[in-house]
Design a protein around this ligand. Structure first.
Ligand code: BG6
Length: 493
């Protein structure tokens, strides 16, 4: 048995990490435009005592690499050709909400933004790649946070409905796979970016993130569940052939009990629930689970809900589950919430490798088989791996070449265990490598952490020519796709 014949091989990026052009053609700032790395706790916003509102306050000493990123906005045609050169069957990117509705609350969309994505989607199709489009990948317009408090305000549901209706109508028949909220389950430790929340009446005016309350987070959780359900419903009405999936970071599903102490076994299970399933159960099963309600009781939180919307959530669940997987963690007493890669626990003595300094993400290819089985057994939905990859600090050698065998080892080892999961009976729709061209890192906001099969000459200090250069891994990934993974089964061939 091989990989399924219609397996979607390809790669994935996000608008805020590759496009740049942060204020071009009508776009207004989004949440990541005021961050240098989303794991950072200090967004560049300040409290204005006169208006009594938060406002953008960029720090002249910081380099906001995402503002120009890799200039995909102007170079996407040549970049997509490079992706097609590897034989990609699918390419994932996001629509930056703020290109369509610059502040998020307008009633009329911005035609320049709609046209930009239309051309990009058409280019993907012409090049033979299925567009996989994320509706929100850490790109909520900043105005919706400073003015409304973000997703803890129910008004965002209406703004969101307008946005998704607009893009579904415009790209009808062109996009078959839509993803709703990228890694929204990072809400607990990255509330400002992952679930776009801001307290408009902060306790501490110097600490915008620390001022976000548990009540606000859980209200945002509920509102996002409602918005997710609306997305499924609206898409079915406008373009019944398209499918809507959720997108959750699922490295945290590979949280292993450090030993067989029953407290650690249950603790690890609860960590999976409270870092992943809490959203998954709402999106895939249409329920607000009892273990979430227990937390609400214990934290004295009472999100406002209504029966009609709970019914909407129940009736409009997603059609597939898409996920990122980078690493695993262990649970002994506790885990810390970590960064973009997943949770952080005590070092696992059974794992031998990790990504290079300073990131040191543990490498655990067997973990992907584990999480695919766990998620499939829980939701019985097709699973789409839309992020997996390794960030390395690389530069061309004296001959101008970039040799990156570690990257292909990482990919091939993961593909091996994905294949095992397929043999286990798990329906896997495809594999999209994260960052097939070097882009700005989400977690740390730097260029130095490179994931690409294609190198981009841009550096942490903002310098560089933006020239693209193919790395050696490019050819191996191409071969894997060309043979539908067959070349992995007999490496001597
Ligand atoms: C995922 C995000 O969490 O991890 C991506 O969806 C991100 O946006 C990726 O880039 C890798 O994380 P990082 O911090 O290495 O860029």
């Amino acid at each position: 048995m091989s990989y399924p014949k219609d397996f979607l091989w390809g790669g994935a990026v996000a608008a805020n990490q590759c496009e740049g052009a942060w204020k071009e053609d009508g776009k207004q700032p989004n949440v990541t435009d005021v961050m240098v790395g989303i794991a950072n706790k200090n967004p560049s916003i300040k409290w204005n005592e006169e208006t009594n509102k938060w406002e953008m306050a960029l720090d002249p000493d910081k380099v906001y690499l995402s503002h120009e990123a890799i200039d995909f906005y102007h170079r996407y045609k040549e970049d997509l050709k490079l992706m097609a050169g590897m034989g990609f069957k699918a390419f994932r990117t996001s629509i930056a909400w703020g290109r369509i509705f610059p502040n998020g609350d307008e009633t009329q969309p911005n035609e320049a933004g709609l046209k930009f994505y239309e051309d990009m989607i058409d280019t993907m199709i012409e090049l033979g790649m299925e567009p996989v489009i994320t509706l929100s990948h850490y790109e909520t317009p900043l105005h919706l946070l400073t003015e409304y408090g973000g997703w803890s305000n129910h008004q965002l549901v209406d703004f969101w409905k307008r946005y998704v209706t607009t893009v579904f109508e415009r790209y009808k028949g062109k996009v078959k796979y839509w993803l709703t909220f990228n890694e929204v389950n990072n809400m607990k430790h990255m509330p400002f970016v992952a679930s776009a929340i801001l307290n408009t009446n902060p306790k501490d005016k110097n600490d915008p993130i620390g001022s976000i309350t548990e009540q606000e987070k859980w209200q945002a959780y509920y509102n996002i569940c409602v918005a997710n359900a609306w997305t499924v419903k609206i898409c079915k009405e406008i373009d019944p052939k398209a499918k809507v999936g959720c997108m959750l970071t699922s490295s945290c599903v590979a949280t292993y009990p450090y030993n067989c102490d029953p407290d650690n076994v249950f603790g690890a299970y609860d960590a999976q629930r409270m870092s992943n399933f809490y959203f998954g159960d709402a999106f895939c099963l249409g329920i607000i689970p009892g273990y979430v309600k227990r937390v609400w009781r214990e934290q004295n939180c009472e999100p406002k809900m209504c029966d009609e919307e709970l019914k909407l959530i129940k009736e409009n669940t997603v059609e597939f589950f898409s996920l990122s997987y980078y690493r695993s963690s262990t649970f002994e007493g506790t885990v810390s919430l970590g960064d973009t890669g997943g949770l952080i626990g005590k070092e696992n003595p059974y794992l031998t490798g990790c990504s290079p300094e300073p990131w040191r993400w543990p490498i655990d290819p067997k973990g992907i088989r584990y999480i695919l089985n766990v998620l499939y057994d829980r939701y019985h939905l097709p699973l789409f791996i839309v992020e997996n990859g390794i960030g390395l600090d690389e530069a061309p050698d004296q001959n101008g070449e970039i040799d990156d065998p570690e990257r292909m080892k990482y990919v091939e080892d993961h593909l091996h265990y994905i294949h095992e999961a397929i043999l286990d009976g798990v329906e896997v729709m495809g594999y999209l490598y994260w960052g097939p061209i070097d882009i700005v890192s989400a977690g740390t906001g730097e260029m130095r952490k490179r994931y690409g099969f294609v190198y981009v000459d841009r550096h942490n200090d903002g310098s560089g020519t933006m020239e693209r250069k193919i790395k050696n891994s490019y050819y191996r990934y191409k071969e894997i796709i060309e043979t539908n993974g067959e070349c992995l089964f007999n490496k001597d061939k």
